[in-house]
Design a protein around this ligand. Structure first.
Ligand code: SF4
Length: 283
């Protein structure tokens, strides 16, 4: 099998930074035998999380599970401002591992809505990053995942609006939404909060998908950016497989294929992408 591997596949800057901070926290906490904790998973990749769990990292569900001596890392996709306050009150040693681009989006939303503007956020309502972004809004906030959901929102008449996006959303969809809302609302501020790493990764996935007859996307099933890569690749009409590890692939599904594309989400470790490339290339 001829394999075309995306250059952008694997850890983004935000994930690499967060894991580096987690490694440092493990080293610093070891002499005093303090716990190292995260509130919710630090990134959305189960294989990486298992590795850190084996090293002793505790994934707490909420701040009530934290102890004063804990070293706590704020995850890459951020916390809500209320959760962050609760973490800082509960634990003595807090390291902010929020990706700088997510932090920038949080602060931009806070600033743009400071006079009570209504936030319109394009994203997955249940995604932790989205809950974090919404918490920075100083006025009312609405989350929508597509135009149909937007049309169902109950918006008050004539307010000032701020449009922003989850950092890993599909840029093309966001541009369509922006165009539509700019025509509809006179007083609309648009924030560019989709990160460049996501944009490049999505573009490369689209390009590769148009030149292969099957595509494999490696990454956590809970990872929103990985799921969107799979959606984007599927638009080209080829067969796609979203897997967490190459063991999930079935060689029988590749018998008629000669050229496979390979990409991965922002939280997928290189070793899993390498293993998948090897699996495909030995077919
Ligand atoms: S995808 Fe972008 S915003 Fe999200 S963690 Fe990575 S660099 Fe940060």
């Amino acid at each position: 099998m001829n394999v075309i591997r995306a250059k952008t596949a694997g850890f983004c800057m935000g994930v690499s930074l967060a894991l580096k901070k987690l490694d440092t926290a493990l080293l610093e906490a070891a002499p005093r035998a303090n716990r190292v904790c995260t509130l919710g998973p630090i990134i959305h990749n189960p294989q990486v999380l298992e590795e850190y769990e084996a090293k002793g990292v505790v994934c707490a569900d909420d701040a009530t599970q934290l102890l004063p001596g804990d070293h706590v890392l704020i995850r890459a996709h951020g916390l809500s401002s209320q959760e962050e306050d609760a973490v800082r009150a509960a634990a003595g040693n807090v390291v902010d591992a929020t990706c700088p681009r997510v932090k920038k989006a949080q602060l931009a939303i806070g600033k743009a809505t400071k006079d009570g503007a209504v936030l319109l956020l394009f994203g997955e309502a249940n995604h932790p990053e989205v809950r974090g972004l919404v918490s920075y809004a100083r006025g009312p906030a609405h989350v929508f995942g597509n135009l149909e959901e937007f049309e169902r929102l109950r918006l008050t008449k004539d307010p000032v609006f701020v449009l922003a996006s989850q950092t890993t959303q599909d840029r093309r969809h966001f541009m369509e939404i922006k165009k539509m809302l700019c025509k509809r609302f006179e007083r609309l501020t648009v924030l560019s909060t989709i990160c460049d790493a996501t944009r490049h990764r999505q573009k490369e996935a689209r390009d590769i998908a148009s030149s292969v007859d099957v595509m494999v996307i490696v990454g956590g099933r809970q990872s929103g950016n990985t799921r969107r890569l799979a959606d984007i690749a599927a638009l080209s009409g080829i067969e796609i497989f979203h897997v967490e590890t190459p063991d999930e692939l079935d060689p029988k599904r590749f018998t008629e294929k000669t050229r496979a594309g390979l990409t991965a989400g922002a939280s997928t470790p290189k070793r899993l992408i390498d293993a998948t490339e090897l699996w495909l290339s030995t077919l």
